[in-house]
Design a protein around this ligand. Structure first.
Ligand code: ZN
Length: 441
């Protein structure tokens, strides 16, 4: 049993997708790629991944040339290290660290395994006379512990392991079939990731737009990509403007975009998802500590509602951030293009750790954190419970003396929430960028 699982993993790792790229070998640029559904499906599936999943997957890459996702990385680490005693139930952290989108099971049919998040499994007692019958317990996969069997706490009989599906309309189809797009068409993918079904007219237009003056400068190359390489491609697509050129020539033609500037550019009206979250706790207040001598924001102190709001970023799928929250103009220009290419084809929906009805919601009164906690949040979103050791640690790290600190109370609403989300994606000055308009004179 174990042996066959290892074999299956090995073959999954060796699976590759291939595509053709048309390059200008003189300019060292990719003009466009010609790909089938296997590549396009994976490209589109990137939008279904929750941000926390992207942080975790990209964290496996050791390449340090490209740095992505700003303080979201710290946010994820803070959640991982967050003391369990502040969480509403022992399942809260697991749910927050392992978010799944509605498309989670759908994307299991991709040719390459991109999201390795394990399916949720639950133990349930099936003994009809037992008081625990049909109560389910989350099966958490903890490395080094065998969670494959468990006895019922009431009747001591073996419990059954069951999967939970979010999307009841979903049914598995045979592997290799297309997931989002037609498997008979060929697609053209531009260097900045606009996707269209292939026609010779588009091909000619792209060659003309590219300024091809000598057809001998063109060359067709084949590229094969494993899931590891595809994840690296995601990292590239989140950080530079021409990811296909980078893939072929390892050259960054245009560096990382200086993105939305102050983050003021997106339409607040579009942001229904965050609006709901923020209006539910519309009276969020933070106490911000500034360095008197420099005006620098050092850290904020906040209650659990603010911390839960921040942790919630990790559950939002990339496509929801781009489409619903940023209205197609996010920090990630290439992924905006992917979003525009797909947006009318497949609806992307965010499910921050929601369960089907019959399973126990790990929240208490709708909250994943216990009430009455105070937390320190640094500018780059490192979060820790507020106590004298965390305070002293922060002052030491920032090299600031207590007499050089002044405190301001600031309010936190939808506008700040959106700027904060945006600033967490591409910067480590997240609090400064989202709050400075409130304390700068
Ligand atoms: Zn039982």
């Amino acid at each position: 049993m174990k042996g066959s699982r290892i074999m299956a993993d090995t073959t999954a790792k060796e699976a590759k997708i291939s595509m053709k790229v048309i390059v200008d070998k003189v300019k060292k640029r990719v003009v466009y790629a010609e790909a089938d559904h296997t590549f396009v499906d994976i490209l589109f599936s990137f939008l279904t991944l929750p941000m926390g999943t992207i942080v975790r997957l990209l964290g496996k890459h050791d390449d340090t040339e490209l740095e992505v996702l700003g303080s979201l990385n710290n946010l994820y680490q803070s959640l991982k290290n967050f003391p369990e005693c502040y969480l509403a139930t022992e399942d809260s952290k697991f749910m927050l660290l392992n978010p799944r989108s509605l498309s989670y099971y759908h994307t299991k049919n991709l040719k390459l395994k991109i999201d390795d998040t394990e399916p949720m499994k639950y133990f349930g007692c099936r003994y009809h006379l037992c008081e625990n019958v049909n109560k389910f317990m989350l099966c958490k996969n903890v490395p080094g512990k065998d969670f494959s069997f468990r006895r019922c706490g009431s009747c001591n009989l073996m419990m059954e392991l069951t999967h939970v599906y979010w999307d009841s309309s979903y049914s598995f189809v045979s592997s290799g079939a297309s997931v989002f797009v037609s498997d008979i068409e060929t697609y053209i993918v531009t260097d900045d990731l606009c996707v269209e079904p292939y026609t010779s007219a588009i091909s000619i237009r792209l060659l003309a737009d590219f300024g091809i003056t000598d057809m001998n400068h063109l060359e067709e190359r084949s590229i094969e990509m494993s899931s590891y390489q595809m994840l690296h491609f995601l990292k590239t697509a989140l950080s530079i403007v021409y990811p296909l050129t980078y893939l072929v020539f390892s050259i960054i033609k245009y560096p990382v975009r200086e993105l939305l500037g102050d983050g003021q550019d997106f339409t607040v009206d579009q942001c229904s998802l965050l609006k709901k979250d923020v209006s539910a706790c519309s009276k969020m207040r933070l106490e911000v500590s500034l360095q008197k001598s420099t005006g620098r924001l050092l850290f904020a102190e906040a209650k659990e509602d603010f911390v839960e709001f921040l942790f919630g970023f990790l559950s939002i799928p990339l496509g929801t951030i781009i489409g619903t929250l940023m209205n197609g103009a996010s920090s990630f220009s290439c992924m905006d293009n992917v979003y525009k290419s797909i947006s009318n084809v497949f609806p992307l929906k965010g499910v921050p750790a929601r369960l089907s009805e019959q399973h126990k919601d790990p929240r208490i009164d709708g909250s994943l954190l216990k009430h009455n906690g105070m937390f320190m949040v640094t500018d780059d979103l490192k979060i820790s419970p507020s106590n004298s050791s965390s305070t002293i640690d922060i002052l030491k790290t920032l090299e600031v003396l207590p007499k050089d600190i002044e405190r301001h109370e600031v309010s936190f609403g939808l506008k700040e929430g959106l700027i904060m989300l945006n600033a967490s994606l591409d910067s480590c000055s997240t609090l400064t960028r989202s709050l400075e308009h409130q304390f700068k004179k």
